[in-house]
Design a protein around this ligand. Sequence first.
Ligand SMILES: C[S@@+](CC[C@H](N)C(=O)[O-])C[C@H]1O[C@@H](n2cnc3c(N)ncnc32)[C@H](O)[C@@H]1O
Length: 237
Amino acid sequence: MEPSPSDVLAGQAVYNRWVLAGYDIGVLGLSCRLVWRCPKAYQLANYQRNVGERHLELGTGTAYFLDHCAFPTQRPEVTLVDLNPTVLRVGAARIARYRPGAVRADVLQPLPFGTGQLAEAGGYDSVGMNFLLHCVPGTWARKGQVFANAAAALRPGGRLFGSTILGAGVAITPLARRLMRLYNSRGIFHNSQDDLDGLREQIDRHFPHARVTVRGCVAVFEASDAPLPARADQPAR
Ligand SMILES: C[S@@+](CC[C@H](N)C(=O)[O-])C[C@H]1O[C@@H](n2cnc3c(N)ncnc32)[C@H](O)[C@@H]1O
C-alpha cells in the first residue's frame, strides 16, 4: 500500500533547527551508544570505507558524517537530498567548504536525475543513506524505491552504504523498544515492520554484492554491482 503523504511528511517534520541543534549529541552521541547500541564510530567507519569523490547523500540531517569523514579527494562533489528545507540549509552550511548541491526531494519517489543540482543517472561514485530508512513510511517493498534511486545514481562499481534502525528480527533492548514505540506512534519512525531479512531482500534486489552487519538493533550496510573488498570481520555475499 502507498504510504500517505502525511506519513511521509511526518518522517521529516521533526527536524527543525532546535532538534538539529541537539541532534549530534542527543541522537548520534547518546542514543546511538546507549539506546540503539551502535556507537557512531561504526557508521563513520562505513563512510570511511565507501565514500567516493562524487557523492550523493540521501536524508542528510546535520551532515555530521560528511563533515567528519575523509573523502578520497580534497575537493569532493557532494549533493545533498532531503525533503526538509531546514535540514538542507543546515547541512549545506556545515560542509560549505565542499560547495555542496542541495536538492529538495522525497526519496520514496524516483529522483529527477539530470535536473537542477542532481547529476545524470550513473554520475555518482557513492550514495549514503544513513539512519534514513527507519524514518520513511511503508513496507520494505515501498522503501525499496530508495535503493532503486541509489542504484540509478551510481556509476558501475560505485558504492551504496548506510544504516537503519530495525524494529524486528534483531535483539532489541526494552529501552530501545519503548523509545521505538513512542517514535512510531508520533510518526517520527516508521520501522515497526522493518526486519533484517526484508532489508537484505531489498538490497539484494538492486545490488548483486552486499554486506550487512548488525550492531545492537542497527543494520549497517554497504553494497555495489561489483565485489566488495574483503573485510576480516565480515564476509561479503
Ligand atoms: C534520522 S535523520 C538522519 C540524518 C543523517 N543521515 C544522520 O545519519 O545523522 C533522517 C533524515 O531523513 C530525512 N527524511 C525523512 N524522510 C524523508 C523523505 N521521504 N525524503 C527525503 N528525506 C527524508 C529527514 O529530513 C532527516 O534529515
